[in-house]
Design a protein around this ligand. Sequence first.
Ligand code: C2E
Ligand code: MG
Ligand code: MG
Ligand code: MG
Length: 281
Amino acid sequence: EAKAGGKNQIIYCSPAMKEEATKKMKLTNSLYRALDKNELYLHYQPQVDVKTQKIIGFEALLRWNNGEYGMVSPNIFIPMAEQTGLIRPIGLWVIKTACKEFKEFNKSGNKSITLSVNLSIEQLKDITIAEKISEILYATKMNPKNLQIEITESIAFNEDYNILKRLKDIRNLGISVSIDDFGKGYSSLNRLKTFSIDLLKIDMDFVHGITSQSQKDRAIIKSIIQVAKNLNVKVLAEGVETEEQFTFLRDNGCDIVQGYYFYKPMPASEIEKLDIMEAYR
Ligand code: C2E
Ligand code: MG
Ligand code: MG
Ligand code: MG
């Protein structure tokens, strides 16, 4: 039984809650050793230009295969990594590994192909983050023009001056910035004016809603695309799974799509085998 709060408040845990907490603790302990044990690796999901239907970028997605628990979803272990501070070393490992692998599968050095890496707010609390990313660019000979970081709405519209300053520092390195899961947060579209971004990624919940009875999600998608166009920002729709969803997005002016309908996330070795990559060599 755990005591919480100062005011003689006692919260009783059921055995099931205890078991859950113990499991979470064990998993967290394993995460501390995941990097050293080489249990982390990356998958890449191609992003497709709507007009040409060619691959124009890749999103790096972290994977964790643990000896005891098997594959653990990022939706489980990323929050753990954020709570423990492990996201900082892990996040730098992701950027470095992604840059190295990208240099391998983008041998031609095509400047218009982007590599996107997710960045969490904890990483932006590190005052040396821009410096560290700059070192990685140098060490891997990665062209910053090819790199893009994905941040969530809540980061982009954060009131904290320091966070915004660090984002600006990163952008000044030549790296572009996209807003992930757009529409999921509560920020008004108007606030986009105050912040420089390069790409808006429409949250997949709206995309999945394209095929629903209700007009709502289709209306929201249309207005997001409209606002992005007015601000001269590109729009990507994520989680595109069907032809119907793709057709709607295409007909309404969406620039880029990402989803199982085109490609699933896959290891670098499979990216290298894609026909589309041959065309760039
Ligand atoms: P996200 O950045 O929004 O990534 C998109 C997620 O949607 C990925 O899940 C991807 O595998 C999945 N997805 C792609 N296409 C489809 C589709 O057509 N249908 C459906 N249903 N899903 C699709 P994943 O890989 O499980 O990652 C989940 C989240 O974990 C990511 O969401 C991101 O927020 C976080 N994440 C993953 N890797 C990293 C990382 O290296 N650093 C940080 N900070 N977060 C990461
Ligand atoms: Mg993302
Ligand atoms: Mg997303
Ligand atoms: Mg997401």
